[in-house]
Design a protein around this ligand. Sequence first.
Ligand code: FMN
Length: 298
Amino acid sequence: MLQVEISGIRFKNPVLLASGIMDEQGDSMLRAAREGAGGVVTKSIGLTEREGYQNPTVAVLSTGIINAIGLANPGIENFEDEVRRVKEEKIPVIGSIFGKKEDYAFLARRMENIGVDGVELNLSCPHVKGFGSEIGQDPDAVEDIVKEVKRSVSIPVFAKLTPNITDMLEIAKAASGADALVLINTVRGIAIDIFAKRPVLSNIYGGYSGPGIKPIGVRAVYDVRREMDIPIIGVGGITGWEDAVEYILAGANAVQVGSAIYYRGFSVFREIVDGLETYMKKEGFESIDDFRGMAVMR
Ligand SMILES: Cc1cc2nc3c(=O)[nH]c(=O)nc-3n(C[C@H](O)[C@H](O)[C@H](O)COP(=O)(O)O)c2cc1C
């Protein structure tokens, strides 16, 4: 009933772990897999190891989280073992990558060789200069990267887009060569410590996520779904099954969950999956496709 297929990748349910969440504690992909996630996305991996920014890099706010981790990651060389271990749980693993424009195709091939089921292009990190943000706001760059990666690998390619632009649809159309779109990455923001009287994050700017951004994510999915037929994975502010239903009604084929783990723990996957199933039974839906996009007014 909950199974979904996106460009040939079969997920036992449509609730996936979003990229980069809780990775600083390691093993988050494995935990999510064991707690019922239908699939997992790795943290974004670049060409070489990066330490990321100095602390503080994450602050919990009343309506979400703001982070500027700075794409800290072990580099592709050191990443293989982690992916292999998650693959043992028999759920799809999507390898997320970031880099300079010319790095994406190489990284995607490396991910394919490691054995991931699909690759997610992080074209959207809002707080790391020279990487995702500038690229992700430039439709020509997005189009070129997607084309180049598609030419270079045979596994499905997902393009994760930024909401930090005026026209979501323009970027979505530029990325339409991808097998699916992932909407949205974090929203650029600043949090200020009123007693220290300075920005909370060492990087000043961060990416805002969690409950406060849900309407922005739902709007992005809705706007793109109204105009395009491409598979969409909705992400942003999902903390319960009702939020997942909202995204699906706006047109999402699947969803990803990130910050909710900070608030609710890994059991959030099981709660969302169970809640979705109960909702579908009550409403008489036999598959996700039965109600996907139902709320989109054309
Ligand atoms: C601490 C943290 C680290 C993140 N790291 C990444 C990352 O490496 N790559 C990426 O594409 N998105 C990253 N994201 C963005 C999430 O994958 C997701 O798009 C965003 O947080 C919105 O979903 P949420 O509200 O469920 O958290 C990160 C988010 C957080 C909070």
